[in-house]
Each structure stands twice: as structure tokens, then as C-alpha cells.
Write a protein that binds this ligand. Structure first.
Ligand SMILES: Cc1cc2nc3c(=O)[nH]c(=O)nc-3n(C[C@H](O)[C@H](O)[C@H](O)COP(=O)(O)OP(=O)(O)OC[C@H]3O[C@@H](n4cnc5c(N)ncnc54)[C@H](O)[C@@H]3O)c2cc1C
Length: 331
């Protein structure tokens, strides 16, 4: 690891000024540091300044829930999100997305903004011995290599999956990311990420020098999130789904569905949303049929066709949670 200076700004605006200072070759933001410190240790980045924003709340309340809007501070931890009873009541998907993510120790430190901007877990990207596309190389080693955790949607050229659980949950709740240090002070989450063919070295469209201050979204009581994982803690999902519903009794009148861990970006499933319209959630056969649409268009690699089978299950369970039903099967 190279040596670097630590900056302790007093505000997010000051943090953004340091990040934009041209006299440094690379300045990076550190919130909880869960992913950032890994990057330093893995030799993936060599900054000359690390800007610590972990304690820089942009409002005196980390999480605010009002009738028309939810506001989550960039530095609110996943544990803050999980422990907010108001948030759980107003928008269950947000809480469900992180209540079993990682481990209690990680959740106590990991921030909301850091979760959205964590880099992919692809083992070729993380391993310094592989100079993959994301690191300026010529090859995505997953194509002919070990690809069981890679994408089943998207055409490459890099086959990472987006690792954030919060991202699909924020997607279905129409979230907006607010920032300082950018020409435009906010960006809807659906535009926060880009596919690898639009720039393989990065995943987000956050402008250079921008620092996220908070995220807002709408409260959606009928929302749910379900992740399927190989093990129940200390791990990322292999397939996940977030769902926001409008209901008339037991019948879905409108749905927004977004998958996680199956594509390089949070992957909106518009076909499933369409198929769910008019479905009575107590009609198991109809619900299963609608959710099966989640696998349509999947292009599995050699070792990850299983994800196309799991995704409809994750979607169905997220729908049931959103509809306030108890799940009969726990994974
Ligand atoms: C064992 C393990 C299991 C995990 N499982 C899951 C899981 O199941 N689901 C899941 O979603 N995550 C999981 N994670 C990832 C973890 O949740 C993220 O690494 C964490 O949320 C990152 O938050 P942080 O505050 O530590 O970010 P940092 O590591 O501090 O930063 C991450 C990135 O965000 C940038 N950043 C941070 N804050 C800002 C800001 N305000 N403005 C602009 N840029 C910013 C940093 O520059 C960096 O690029 C797991 C992690 C571990 C170690």
C-alpha cells in the first residue's frame, strides 16, 4: 500500500473541494471505509489523499420520514437504516434490503452512499494478478473463466454484477441522489449507474468531484426486497429483487421491479412489472407465472444459468413481502 495523507474536512462541500483539487493525482472519499480500505489493501487504487467524510452528517437527523418523502443521510449506516422503525413502516423494502446484508459489524460502519458506490466483487477485478478490462486490460476473464457469480443480463464487454442491495430498493422507490460539487445537485438513481459499454473502468455516473450528501425517495408501504444467498451472513446475494406495488385489495394494479446481483447495474424488470398487473397475489399459480418473466432475456454464461432459475423466486418472494404476506419458505 502506498502512503497517503488523510484529510478531515468539516463539511461535504469542503470534501468536494479537496477531491477536485488538481494538485493531487488521486483523491478518494472514505465513508465507513469497508470497500475503500479493501481497495487500498488490494492495490487497486493508490491515492495521495483519502478524504474522511464518515462523521459529516448533512442534517441533524440521519433518517427523516415524512408523509411524502424519505431522506437518508449519505453517512447513515446500514444499522441506522435497519433500526429505524419509522422507515420500516413507511418503506419496508429499504430496511429489508440491508437487514441481512454483510454482518452486524459491517452494518454498523457501512454507509448508505458507500453502499451505493461500492465497487464490484468480481474476483478477477479484485485479484491483482488479473489485468482485466476494468483495470485497463484487454480481457474479461469471466467469459472463459469462473463465472458462477457473474451477470446473466447485459452484453458485456465486462460481466460484473452490481453488488449494492440498497440500489434496487432505492430504484423501485424512485430515489434521487443529492450531491455537492457537481453542476447539477441531484441525479435520479435510475441514472446513477451505467453499463460497461459506456465506460468499463467505472460503474457510476457521479460527476468527478461530486460528494453525495443524502438520498431521498418516496415512501412505499407496499414494497419488499428479497435476496437469495449462498450463506446467510457475511455474503452478497446471488440474486435479489426489490418490488414496489400499488394494490386494490389483493390485486396488483401497478408494480415496479428491479433485480440486483444479476447485471452490471440495478436491472429493471419491466416485463415482470407488466405481467404482475392484474395479478391477485393470493393466486399462487398466476403469481408464479408472472414472476417467471424475470428470466426472460437472460443470457447466462457457462456456470451461472442457476441465477435465471433463482431470480423469479426472489421476485415472487419480494412481491409477497410487498403485499404484506408471510413467506412460507425461508431460504
Ligand atoms: C463481508 C461483507 C459482506 C457484504 N455483504 C453485502 C451485501 O450483502 N449487500 C451489500 O449491499 N453490501 C454488502 N457488503 C458491502 C458493504 O455494504 C459496502 O462495502 C459498504 O456499504 C460500503 O460503505 P462504506 O461507508 O464503508 O463505503 P466506503 O468503503 O467508505 O466507500 C465506498 C465507495 O463509495 C465512495 N463514497 C462513499 N461515500 C461517498 C459519498 N458521500 N460521496 C461520494 N462517494 C462516496 C468511496 O469513495 C468509495 O468509492 C458487504 C461487505 C462485506 C465486507
Amino acid at each position: 500500500m502506498n502512503s497517503f495523507a488523510i484529510a478531515q474536512p468539516k463539511s461535504m462541500s469542503e470534501a468536494s473541494r479537496i477531491v477536485s483539487d488538481k494538485k493531487y493525482s488521486l483523491v478518494v472519499i472514505k465513508a465507513g471505509g469497508i470497500d475503500l480500505i479493501d481497495h487500498l489493501k488490494e492495490g487497486l487504487i493508490a491515492p495521495d489523499v483519502v478524504v474522511n467524510v464518515r462523521r459529516l452528517q448533512s442534517d441533524k437527523e440521519l433518517i427523516k420520514v415524512s408523509e411524502g418523502e424519505i431522506r437518508i443521510d449519505a453517512v447513515a449506516t446500514l444499522a441506522d437504516i435497519v433500526s429505524s422503525a419509522a422507515l420500516r413502516a413507511a418503506c419496508p423494502a429499504l430496511v429489508q434490503s440491508v437487514e441481512n446484508a454483510a454482518s452486524p459489524a459491517v452494518r454498523n460502519v457501512a454507509s448508505a452512499a458507500g453502499n451505493l458506490l461500492q465497487r464490484p466483487r468480481c474476483w478477477y477485478y479484485r485479484n491483482e494478478q488479473f489485468n482485466c478490462l476494468k483495470k485497463g486490460g484487454a480481457t474479461c476473464f469471466a467469459v472463459e473463466g469462473e463465472n458462477r457469480y457473474h451477470a446473466i443480463f447485459g452484453d458485456g464487454p465486462c460481466h460484473i454484477v452490481h453488488p449494492s442491495n440498497l440500489a434496487p430498493a432505492f430504484f423501485v422507490t424512485d430515489a434521487t441522489v443529492h450531491m455537492v460539487g457537481a453542476e447539477h445537485p441531484s441525479l435520479p438513481i435510475r441514472y446513477l449507474y451505467h453499463m460497461p459499454d459506456k465506460g468499463v473502468r467505472s460503474e457510476s455516473n457521479l460527476p468527478p468531484g461530486a460528494v453525495i450528501t443524502h438520498i431521498t425517495c418516496k415512501p412505499v408501504k407496499a414494497s419488499g426486497f428479497y435476496a437469495i444467498k449462498e450463506k446467510q451472513s457475511f455474503d452478497w446475494p446471488v440474486a435479489a429483487a426489490a418490488v414496489a406495488l400499488e394494490m386494490d385489495g389483493n390485486t396488483i394494479t401497478k408494480a415496479t421491479v428491479c433485480a440486483g446481483a444479476v447485471a452490471p447495474i440495478p436491472w429493471e424488470l419491466r416485463n415482470v412489472a407488466g405481467a404482475l398487473r392484474g395479478v391477485d397475489v393470493s393466486n399462487d399459480a398466476a403469481l408464479t407465472k408472472a414472476c417467471a418473466a424475470a428470466a426472460v432475456g437472460a443470457k447466462p454464461m457457462t456456470d451461472n444459468a442457476y441465477k435465471a432459475k433463482l431470480l423469479p423466486v426472489a421476485v415472487k418472494r419480494a412481491v409477497l413481502l410487498a403485499a404484506g404476506k408471510k413467506l412460507e419458505v425461508e431460504s
